[in-house]
Design a protein around this ligand. Structure first.
Ligand code: FRU
Length: 325
């Protein structure tokens, strides 16, 4: 019976769950997988090591999994192992960051150039095209960062009265140091555009210590719906806006199922993004809460069904046994 066929899916996560966006991605993957009882899911975490990520993917290839989902750490060294899986006929889904090969099955993620455009247009319209902006990048070389910066520049460069300075802050300590220095040397900064909400919030903290937080509008990216996430920070008035950067966890599992069923899927699957500010922060978090609630209802129902099945099986075996007597 085809319906009982097991589906083995491996997910290679790049960064540890200390990072809340990664944790949320892992969670949505787990939840979506749990809604499909035929799925056997294995999650590997590379803890920011490309070497470990390559080993993890090698393992999935050796174990002949049905589908491999990869959230790449870097875009280059990982290419040979992705191509190896592809050559062996294992469908590979790439999420979030890009890889420098086209030898995979599908890509899934939001358009980061578009994320940069949204941030740029928001600042242009709020400032009537007169502003000094500080862009804080996470690291210089990851594909979402490069694309966000490019999209932002494409908009900002059209306006001569918008001035932009960029710094890079690969970790929280460096935000404290580098942003502190920038604040001291620049008496007027109108906007901070940070490449994720964690950086934006850390920058807000630094500005607050110097009594500057009210004169600067902070814009982040990710828009997670948790107590420390971007949406709450918008509600609290710390961030002026955040741009939703969906993790794609549940979509990745849905895509994996389609691939196993030999359905035709797009090579490029673009997730929607949206700006969240004080006007829609409540609506957004309510919507997300509802989805979470519905998912947990489905999970509860499935557990009830499993229990019922067990009971019926016991009953059935009992009847069978009795009919032998
Ligand atoms: C989390 C993160 C997010 C960002 C994404 C880009 O690890 O840095 O904040 O949007 O990765 O790859």
């Amino acid at each position: 019976n085809n319906n009982n066929k097991r589906i083995s899916i491996g997910f290679s996560q790049s960064i540890s769950e200390d990072d809340s966006w990664r944790k949320s991605m892992d969670n949505t993957i787990k939840i979506e997988a749990s809604l499909h009882p035929e799925i056997d899911l294995t999650i590997y975490n590379a803890n920011s090591s490309t070497k470990k990520q390559i080993e993890d993917i090698e393992k999935m290839i050796d174990n002949k999994l049905d589908v491999i989902i990869v959230a790449p750490y870097g875009s280059d060294s990982i290419v040979p192992v992705i191509e190896k899986a592809n050559k062996k006929g294992i469908p590979v889904i790439i999420v979030d960051r890009k890889v420098n090969t086209s030898n995979y099955t599908s890509f899934l993620g939001a358009d980061n150039v578009e994320v940069g455009h949204i941030a740029g247009k928001y600042i242009v319209s709020m400032s009537k095209a007169h502003a000094t902006i500080l862009e804080i990048k996470a690291t210089t070389d990851i594909s979402p960062g490069v694309e966000r910066s490019l999209g932002f520049k494409q908009i900002i460069d059209q306006y001569p009265n918008i001035k932009k300075i960029s710094i890079t802050a690969p970790n929280l300590a460096s935000i404290n140091n580098n942003f502190s220095k920038v604040l001291d040397s620049m008496p007027k900064i109108d906007y901070v555009f940070a490449f994720n909400d964690i950086i934006a919030l850390q920058a807000w903290e630094v500005a607050k210590r110097k009594g500057r937080e009210k004169n600067i509008k902070f814009i982040g990216i990710d828009g997670l719906n948790d107590p420390n996430g971007g949406i709450q920070a918008v509600k609290d008035g710390k961030l002026t806006a955040t741009i939703l950067y969906p993790t794609g966890g549940s979509e990745a599992i849905k895509l994996a199922i389609k691939l196993v069923n030999k359905e035709i899927v797009s090579k490029n699957n673009i997730l929607n993004t949206i700006l969240i500010d004080s006007l829609n922060a409540d609506i957004m978090s309510n919507q997300f809460d509802k989805v979470t609630q519905q998912q947990s209802n489905i999970e509860t129902q499935q557990n009830v069904i499993k229990e019922q099945e067990k009971k019926y099986l016991t009953l059935y075996n009992l009847i069978k046994l009795l009919s032998f007597l």
